[in-house]
Design a binder for this molecule. Structure first.
Ligand SMILES: Cc1cc2nc3c(=O)[nH]c(=O)nc-3n(C[C@H](O)[C@H](O)[C@H](O)COP(=O)(O)OP(=O)(O)OC[C@H]3O[C@@H](n4cnc5c(N)ncnc54)[C@H](O)[C@@H]3O)c2cc1C
Length: 401
């Protein structure tokens, strides 16, 4: 049996290949890459990439980083995994055997299955999507973005800054409702409105007006919205199509234990595709972020290289750049019972407590406090509401910095 086969060469897969070697793993490492690109940074695609017609993808690391570590990169899509025989088949017909397989296949954008096929409807997940969107933008005045989540709002700000008229349709009563506190949503909405992005919340789509293969208008409960180009940003599902094997359990992602092992020996899952069992309370969590994918990659690399299997532990953190608003989140706010808001000129911090425990901190344009929040969370500090209101100077004393 030969080495580690990694399926998916995004943030998680690329990091895993590098970390395996750096942790001393001396077997074969094969990275299967459906996109056929040198693995690249995804976040700029919705931020800087669309703003400059000549922007190039930013590689995560140079080709030499893989070559120097004798990591074999195969451009192609894995089409089937044989868990019992420990083999991966590629669409090209190539077959690889493995001792360990790591599924790092990321996620897939949701779409509206009932919409007619139209040449001016886009979504953004990959570099190919970004190139297609950028090319289509050239002849576009008015963009409708369906979905006020992170990617939809980043795109709204980017496209607006290139002079397009932008309308965001959001079904909920505020943007970012699923992921951020109401104060953060309000601040982000204010930033976008300042940029003259139109945000229509509480908006349900009733019908799509498609003529000659193009969507020219969207009927909503708030009236008709015309469009030259539509971007659908309504979230993503785990890319589990390869995991359809009786021995790999899935449910909103590939189910993994606290060490990131799937239900099948020698098979691991990391990043967007992994739905992780919490060691503490038995609940499950699937996170879509760069930090999650890269930290999980480092963890699995260590487990494989050292043959010591330990639970994965990390404080999740995330960022999103929405025009001039730099939003950063440390920890997880789900189940929080109290929030304390510090609203200062030009910046904002929202602390979430669950009982006496600090569980998450959301900030806007406040990177120093974000870093402090990560340290407080890592130290399991228990600031009181009063200490939080007093600000970073007092909070720093809780962890002696
Ligand atoms: C436009 C955009 C902006 C983002 N901005 C941010 C941000 O600001 N901050 C943040 O924290 N996160 C951001 N994210 C999310 C972040 O990029 C993902 O959470 C992260 O990339 C997940 O890493 P991953 O390795 O799990 O998956 P990915 O990086 O998505 O990589 C998965 C790879 O697997 C490949 N693959 C899938 N199936 C197969 C197969 N069968 N065979 C071979 N290869 C396969 C895919 O083509 C893909 O290249 C953004 C995502 C997008 C799309």
């Amino acid at each position: 049996m030969s080495g580690v086969v990694i399926i998916g060469a995004g943030h998680g897969g690329s990091q895993l290949a590098i970390s395996l070697r750096d942790e001393g793993y001396d077997g074969a490492i094969t990275l299967i890459d459906a996109e056929g690109e040198l693995p690249y940074h995804k976040p700029p695609l919705s931020k800087t990439f669309l703003k400059q017609s000549d922007a190039r993808p930013m590689p995560l690391r140079p080709a030499s980083a893989y070559d120097d570590r004798e990591i074999e990169r195969i451009a192609g899509r894995a089409s089937h995994v044989d868990i019992v025989g420990r083999k991966v088949a590629l669409e090209s017909g190539q077959r690889l055997s493995y001792e360990h397989m790591v599924l790092a296949t990321g996620s897939r954008n949701r779409s509206f299955a009932a919409w007619p096929k139209a040449s001016n409807v886009f979504s953004l997940r990959s570099l190919a999507d970004a190139y297609a969107l950028r090319a289509a933008m050239m002849e576009t005045r008015r963009v409708v973005i369906v979905g006020g989540g992170f990617i939809g709002l980043e795109l709204a700000a980017s496209l607006r800054s290139t002079g397009r008229d932008v309308v965001v349709l959001e079904a909920a009563d505020r943007v970012l409702k699923r992921v951020a506190a109401a104060e953060i949503s309000a601040a982000v909405e204010a930033v976008l409105e300042e940029m003259n992005v139109e945000i229509l919340s509480n908006t349900q789509i009733i019908n799509v007006d498609c003529r000659e293969g193009r969507v020219i208008g969207i009927e909503t409960n708030r009236g008709r919205v015309t469009s030259d180009l539509v971007v659908v940003g309504i979230g993503a599902d785990a890319e589990v199509r390869l995991a359809h094997s009786p021995s790999l359990a899935t449910d909103n992602g590939i189910l993994v234990d606290p060490a990131l092992r799937t239900t099948s020996p020698g098979v691991w899952a990391i990043g967007d595709v992994a739905n992780v069992m919490s060691r503490e309370n038995g609940t499950r969590l699937r996170i879509e972020s760069v930090q999650n994918a890269t930290d999980q990659a480092r963890h699995v690399a260590r487990c494989i290289a050292t043959s010591r299997v330990e639970p994965y532990q990390s404080i999740p953190w995330f960022w999103s750049d929405i025009g001039p608003a730099k939003l950063q989140i440390a920890g997880l706010s789900s189940g929080s019972t109290e929030r304390i808001v510090r609203d200062e000129p030009g910046r904002l911090a929202v602390y979430h407590l669950r009982g006496a425990d600090l569980v998450a901190v959301e900030t806007i344009n406040n990177p120093a406090e974000h870093v402090l929040a990560r340290r407080l969370l890592a130290a399991s500090a228990k600031p009181t509401a009063e200490q939080i209101r007093q600000g970073p100077q007092v909070l720093r004393m809780l962890i002696d910095i």
